[in-house]
Design a protein around this ligand. Sequence first.
Ligand SMILES: NC(=O)c1ccc[n+]([C@@H]2O[C@H](COP(=O)([O-])OP(=O)(O)OC[C@H]3O[C@@H](n4cnc5c(N)ncnc54)[C@H](OP(=O)(O)O)[C@@H]3O)[C@@H](O)[C@H]2O)c1
Length: 435
Amino acid sequence: MVFKVGLLGLGTVGTGTAKILLDAARRHPLLETLEIHKVGVRSLDKPRAVDLPEACLTTDLEAIVTDPDIDIVVEVIGGLEPARSLILEAIEDGKHVVTANKAVISRYGNEIAEAAKKAGVYVLYEAAVGGGIPVIQPLQQALGVNRIETVTGIINGTTNYILTRMESEGGDFAPILDDAQKLGYAEADPTADVDGLDAADKIAILASIAFGGKIRREDVFTEGIRNVSASDVNYAKTLGFVIKLLAIAKRNDDSDTTIQLRVHPTLVPLNHPLASVNDVNNAVLVEGDPIGRVMLYGPGAGEGPTASAIVSDVMAIAATLHMESPAEEKLPNPLLSNAYSDYKTISPMEDLESRFYLRLMVKDKPGVIGHLGDIFGQHGLSLESLVQIGLQDNLAELVIVTHEVKEGDFQKALEILKASSADVDSIASVLRVLG
Ligand SMILES: NC(=O)c1ccc[n+]([C@@H]2O[C@H](COP(=O)([O-])OP(=O)(O)OC[C@H]3O[C@@H](n4cnc5c(N)ncnc54)[C@H](OP(=O)(O)O)[C@@H]3O)[C@@H](O)[C@H]2O)c1
């Protein structure tokens, strides 16, 4: 069974999507059932970073959304039009749609959802919020049984990058924005990001799902970060806060229908989980009953992360199509089944490479450290650091961190150390070091 994908757009996200779909090995087996049929672009002459048959590419996007061979349309051209019309046309033609377009979903999500319901198709948009971070699906499914109280997000990477740099460098907004533009972290026209509009699009989408109702995009109170100064950042730091652009959707305590919905720069206490979300990273903190707090964190944009979210939506639709198909033997839902046939081979522990932390008590006499060094050297172990912590009862306490070494070699060296009673009194602790 093969499901055909029509890709609208082959820019940053479209390219990442095509790369995953063309290289399905060692990913979910359902990806083997997906095939790129057509790709719509604006210019046929542009060099492309992905190898697609020339016949695949077309500038006729209408032909893709009405192609009877195509099952799933992926819209990653961006902007309001023609994206909105193409999505609606694809739906009307009975195609399932996956999109990363927060601008369209936050403004026309209701119209699109109604059209999809009427046509009996799915429209999924995990990539529209938080890039590669799964947030829409967890809110709808894994966290769906909770009564959600608050969704608080750092959901714009550009503003988070600027605020992080203002905090670490003590610099002002304008020169850091300028530099961010030169480095490619901010667009030439930064309005959507720095004025909070992009975050407002995204929190409108999240609020609709979290609180189960339609949201008017224009109802989101929106204030950007242009007026945040180096002095504000500095004073906030002195008081134990960091300034973040937060997007907040909160259920009012006494109401089932009214919520708060806002985007603005906010002083966040340094011990709050969102305070340490830095640079272009995004995070969404969900608070609900009975789950308590869950934070979803990761890369909020970029070719690979966003494509990961797009293809996971395509795969979810493929699973549904697979279940609906009258064909051969099949599992009820490939996404809920773990019926693996082969065992994976697990490497023996002694073959793994790791750094080690070792704390030991040694005799306080000349030549001990040299002797330890000889034992380590014979087993290919080099030391990253060695510190003598203290001295008591003629024993010195040493803390050693090694460079990466095979576990088997380290354990052999350790056995010899344990047997060197002339030098070593005791091994107090051995821990593996990450990285
Ligand atoms: N970039 C990210 O990290 C990211 C993260 C999350 C969500 N998104 C969303 O993903 C969507 C795509 O973003 P992107 O960064 O991939 O955009 P992009 O790099 O600008 O790519 C847009 C693609 O669409 C094609 N295109 C645009 N308008 C067209 C038209 N009228 N007719 C035919 N083709 C057209 C362009 O064709 P040519 O190549 O021929 O110019 C290009 O291939 C947007 O909705 C964005 O908000 C992006």
